[in-house]
Write a protein that binds this ligand. Structure first.
Ligand SMILES: [Zn+2]
Length: 313
């Protein structure tokens, strides 16, 4: 299976699935605005179809009392799938954020976790070089944390993709012949960029990073990271966002500073999704900064991570 099979699958699904087709067409006229913070662009998207995701309840009781919509037996009747390596299925996301939006669940109902599937993530990245793949940890954006899944959209739709090694707020903390690790130096936005031209090298630096997160997060790091990965200039590039909170305080506020946002990969990548119009209206550069600083790992902890990481070498 390759990219053209995937694009054909997308077309076929829109032909046979009326609601999905309607939602993809509606997305073309979605309200969107741009906010600039420290010279970086962020998009704010008003998308009422995403309310199930922004307000998803992910406590144990809520999960147990609902059906899992990623299990094959519970799919919409119009929903087809394309299989990938007898392990994952590509599904069309009927409530899209982006013009081509796939959910890629594991064939089995297993918990959301990245490490056992990290090499699958790398395979997806290299097998579909036009696409960008995402993993949301169970406590930072996954609406269905009980069923392992990735998501995919086309490349170059997220503002973060324009941030690379040359950026003035990026510094290198590791460079070997073919492997590089960079970190963001903006105090409100902790993230890393991993680059390598080969799978083994990428796995090596990922493991080194993860070891440190595991210590800092007392083990449950897999629930508290977002990953965005793609293939570019014949290299793997992965953005990792270590998180401290699932949602900002504005999410729980009843005042007129309420902002209903549950940041996952797409938001951390610079496109904030608001399912209600008031939140969309209120969003501005101060809220972007406030939200990022609350849900990101935080400057002190991130610096501790960098110091500990460097001690390994
Ligand atoms: Zn399931």
């Amino acid at each position: 299976m390759n990219s053209s099979d995937l694009f054909e699958f997308f077309k076929q699904q829109l032909k046979t699935w009326e609601i999905a087709d309607k939602n993809y067409k509606a997305l073309e006229n979605q309200n969107e605005k741009t906010v600039i913070l420290d010279e970086y662009e962020y998009k704010i998207q008003y998308n009422p179809n995403r309310v199930f995701s922004t307000k998803a309840k992910i406590d144990k009781k809520s999960i147990e009392s609902r059906k899992c919509f990623l299990c094959n037996s519970n799919l919409f009747k119009e929903q087809d799938s394309v299989n990938y390596k007898s392990k994952f299925d590509f599904l069309l996301n009927p409530y899209p954020i982006m013009p081509m939006h796939f959910t890629i669940p594991n064939m089995k109902h297993v918990d959301q976790q990245i490490s056992p599937y990290f090499t699958d993530f790398l395979d997806l990245i290299v097998d579909f070089p036009e696409m960008l793949f995402m993993y949301n940890g169970a406590k930072c954006g996954a609406s269905l944390p009980d069923h392992m899944h990735f998501q995919a959209i086309k490349q170059n739709l997220l503002p973060i993709e324009r941030i690379n090694a040359d950026d003035k707020n990026i510094k290198c903390i590791y460079a070997k012949s073919k492997e590089f690790i960079y970190v963001s130096t903006l105090e409100y936005r902790s993230f890393l960029i991993l680059e390598s031209d080969n799978k083994l090298g990428m796995k090596y630096i990922y493991d080194k990073i993860i070891n440190q997160f595991s210590d800092l997060y007392y083990g449950d790091y897999q629930d508290k990271i977002n990953l965005i990965g793609k293939f570019i200039n014949n290299k793997y590039r992965i953005y990792i966002f270590p998180r401290s909170a699932h949602r900002p305080y504005q999410y729980y506020s009843k005042n007129d500073n309420s902002i209903i946002i549950s940041p996952g990969c797409i938001d951390m990548g610079g496109v904030f999704i608001c399912s209600d119009f008031d939140s969309f209206n209120r969003m501005n550069s101060s809220y972007v900064k406030s939200i990022l600083s609350q849900v990101s790992m935080g400057e002190k902890k991130f610096q501790k991570f960098i110091d500990n990481f460097k001690k390994q070498f």
